[in-house]
Design a protein around this ligand. Structure first.
Ligand code: GAL
Length: 438
């Protein structure tokens, strides 16, 4: 079980205690009373009826395909309910999160919203904006179908606050095979230095911007990849519990490496969304893009085939590490149709829902009982990596830091994009940590 001030600790150390509190009939009840048994979930066949407004940022293009798959199944399984799509465009919730915050503040919550497992979810829990969904998790099978360590990230004081839909990996380089071939590159670079040497070769072969980037949150994600490469798993995870200093020599090295990487990249506008950068790889205008594995959906959408058109590898220096994030869905306090929300959550958490959603989204199921053989090669590899690799939490996608801390890091990264002032970035990052670390 997690208490309210350890939200961003690394997954591994948290597992054991977590589920002792949330898998049995001593599970916490809806009011946070650890001794109250969970009231069994009440459902109506065909659904509770009424509108179910679902808030996400999966509004367009390949992002929307996963949501569409869920909507389709929801219609079939809950014909009494009406799915209302409240999506707000902008990758990583870059626009959606501000709208959500104001709707929650004004007591106008949707019936369910997308939130990241980990520190971000804690924000909503701390503000008492979401309700426990212990009954839904229990009805879905609890720890017999969800990984214990993942449930832990959704749990506070014995209550589970959301239903996980998927797991994404954020430390992946997507590459255009033809561009690599033309530059004579046929090996995966083992570290950042080797990777940058390959970028020199790619430049020499005629591609001016070997690496593609988009708006600020994609830069935060790229920087987090460099931090993992330069600090290692323990050093990186220590950034969130105070064990690693944000102005340490290792972070300074990461800032220098990040600056050098940007020198190989295109010029992005603040608001460019991620498909702009991924499409540069698809179109051969860049060799590489560091992106979460929602990129798989973009390659599929554009009819591109793994190995033939694109390939992937863990960001150099992070092999054997899985930079983790998970989307999950909530029951907001004051939701107009809690019965309909629970129908939605049951669909999100079902094996059928997870298969349909993740096949379209590029992610892997949060459930452990959806057969790997139902998925294409990339996702089969990601499932294996999630089991075997060391897990770290993504900064850009709400697993490692709170919304406020993420906003401060994003401001610092955006400023750096213009200034390229290394000392300035280090001191902004250190100030952000001091302000936000609990
Ligand atoms: C992440 C989210 C992913 C994907 C990505 C790009 O924050 O967890 O599911 O949507 O943003 O928008």
């Amino acid at each position: 079980m997690r208490s309210r001030n350890v939200a961003s600790a690394a997954i591994a150390g948290l597992v054991a205690v977590a589920l002792a509190a949330c898998g049995s009939n001593t599970q916490t009840g809806d009011n946070g009373n650890a001794n109250a048994p969970t009231t069994p979930l009440q459902t109506t066949s065909g659904g509770a009826g009424g509108d179910v407004g679902v808030f996400t940022w999966w509004a367009a293009g390949s992002e929307k395909k996963g949501l569409d798959a869920l909507e389709e199944l929801f219609k079939q399984q809950y014909p009494n309910d009406k799915f209302v799509n409240l999506a707000v465009a902008g990758g990583a919730g870059s626009n959606a999160k501000a709208k959500l915050a104001s709707d929650l503040q004004n007591n106008q919550p949707p019936d369910s919203f997308q939130g990241h497992a980990g520190a971000e979810l804690m924000d909503y829990i701390d503000k008492s904006q979401i309700e426990p969904v212990n009954d839904v998790i229990k009805a879905l099978g609890g720890e017999s179908v969800f990984p214990k360590d993942l449930l832990d990230r959704l749990t506070v004081d014995g209550n589970i606050y959301s239903v996980p839909s998927n797991i994404h990996r954020a430390n992946v380089v997507w590459a255009n095979t033809a561009v690599l071939k033309k530059a004579g590159i046929n090996e995966v670079p083992k570290d950042l230095k080797a990777w940058m040497a390959d970028m020199d070769k790619i430049k020499a072969s005629g591609v001016a911007t070997p690496l593609s980037v988009s708006g600020t949150w994609t830069q935060v994600q790229l920087f987090e990849n460099v931090l993992i490469a330069d600090l290692g798993v323990d050093g990186y995870s220590g950034l969130f519990d105070g064990k690693t200093k944000w102005d340490s020599a290792e972070v300074k090295q990461a800032v220098a490496d990040y600056k050098k990487l940007l020198s190989y990249a295109n010029t992005a506008s603040d608001g460019d969304d991620w498909p702009v950068a991924t499409d540069m790889v698809i179109d051969g205008k860049a060799a590489y893009n560091v992106m979460g594995d929602w990129a798989v959906a973009e390659f599929n959408d554009k009819g591109k085939k793994q190995d033939q058109d694109w390939t992937w590898f863990a960001t150099p220096g992070t092999d054997g590490v899985f930079d983790f994030l998970a989307d999950s869905f909530t029951l907001p306090k004051g939701a107009k149709n809690p019965g309909g929300t629970k129908d939605w959550l049951m669909l999100i958490g079902s094996a059928e829902g997870q298969k349909a959603f993740n096949l379209a989204k590029g992610s892997i199921p949060a459930r452990t009982d959806v057969p790997a053989s139902d998925f294409p090669a990339y996702q089969q590899g990601a499932m294996k990596a999630f089991k075997e690799d060391k897990i770290v939490s993504s900064i850009a996608h709400g697993a490692a830091v709170s919304l406020a801390w993420n906003a401060d890091i994003s401001t610092a990264i955006s400023k750096f994009y213009a200034s390229k002032d290394e000392n300035g970035l280090v001191s902004d990052l250190a100030a952000a940590a001091k302000k936000n670390q609990g």
